[in-house]
Design a protein around this ligand. Structure first.
Ligand code: SF4
Length: 316
């Protein structure tokens, strides 16, 4: 372990060095939802790759990539947080979320599937809810099909959450923001409709609202069924990369008005919307993906490594 920062009652960010290699640093998070005590809801957010080959416009992680974590390395992160608090592995929280959502694109790492298979027997946690957040790379079709089978067999009836980072209803903007060859809105809808079963949590479509990234409620309604999908709106974190690219969040500059307007527009088409804005303190502590390990790493070799992991699926 390299460092632990933050506060127990808000969030702690851990940075660790793997394989005794200073270039293989990862970060993971032990967090609380400010609305609930830990007994009600506890969140652990883990990394799945060393850096990330996707390179989203606003993400501190994108810009370096050194490969996948193994299943043991993924589960080790959860162990560090769980066993420190519950040495017997019994997690009493009513909701215990393990989010595959920190550094890395989880669908590009087959070991994430093994980690999902292992979680239920590793801890005694009746409230376990794994969450996968993904940009839906086109090359990961088989991975998603396997995920669907794992969810069906091990995490039915609301014990799993799948979230697609959509960010805009304009495909040109999506390509600019998430420069990986990925599923279109129609392909996400097609998969999500098949993934969702009665009693499951609805599939989340996440939008980090930024200036110039359109969210057209009519377009969403034309493609997605509000019975299977739920919309989540988050602010665009003020990363150094976002600042460099001149991207500003909508929710910071015009918070309540922007929220109300979006929620009303989506509700008119039957969509339920979650607005997820952390407190300034929470945002500061949780920081942004990749910031924890940003210091001291080198970006050289990134293009070569990302091409190796995905062939040549990147947008021009
Ligand atoms: S936002 Fe996620 S997928 Fe995009 S570069 Fe960052 S870690 Fe990778």
């Amino acid at each position: 372990m390299i460092s632990v920062t933050g506060r127990e009652d808000v969030a702690r960010v851990f940075v660790a060095e793997m394989r005794r290699d200073p270039s293989l640093r990862i970060e993971f998070v032990d967090a609380l939802d400010p609305r609930y005590p830990r007994a009600e809801k506890w969140v652990i957010i883990v990394s799945t790759q060393f850096g990330c080959p996707v390179g989203c416009l606003m993400c501190e992680t994108g810009g370096w990539y050194r490969g996948n974590l193994s299943v043991d390395e993924i589960l080790w992160q959860v162990d560090q947080v769980v066993f420190a608090r519950h040495p017997d592995g019994v997690v009493p929280s009513r909701k215990f979320k393990v989010q595959f959502a920190r550094m890395g694109e989880p669908s590009l790492n087959p070991d994430v599937l093994d980690a999902l298979r292992a979680l239920p027997s590793r801890y005694r946690a009746a409230g376990l809810i794994p969450c996968v957040a993904t940009t839906a790379p086109a090359s990961a079709r088989r991975w998603f099909n396997e995920l669907s089978a794992i969810k069906r067999d091990m995490y039915s009836c609301g014990a799993f959450q799948l979230q697609f980072s959509v960010n805009s209803t304009d495909e040109t903007v999506r390509d600019r923001v998430m420069p990986v060859r990925k599923w279109s809105l129609e392909e996400i809808a097609d998969f999500g409709h098949g993934f969702y079963r009665q009693g499951d949590r609805k599939v989340v479509l996440n939008f980090a609202l930024a200036e110039g990234w359109p969210l057209d409620a009519g377009r969403l309604a034309a493609v997605f069924d509000p019975g299977c999908f739920i919309i989540k709106i988050t602010p665009l974190n003020p990363t150094a990369r976002a600042r460099d690219k001149g991207i500003g969040t909508v929710l910071y500059t015009d918070r309540q008005d922007a929220c109300d307007r979006v929620v009303e527009e989506l509700a008119a088409f039957g969509f339920q919307t979650i607005i997820s804005i952390g407190s300034d303190e929470e945002m500061a502590i949780r920081s942004n993906c990749g910031q924890g390990v940003a210091v001291g790493r080198a970006a050289s070799g990134f293009k070569q490594a990302r091409a190796q992991v995905l062939g040549s699926p990147f947008m021009p």
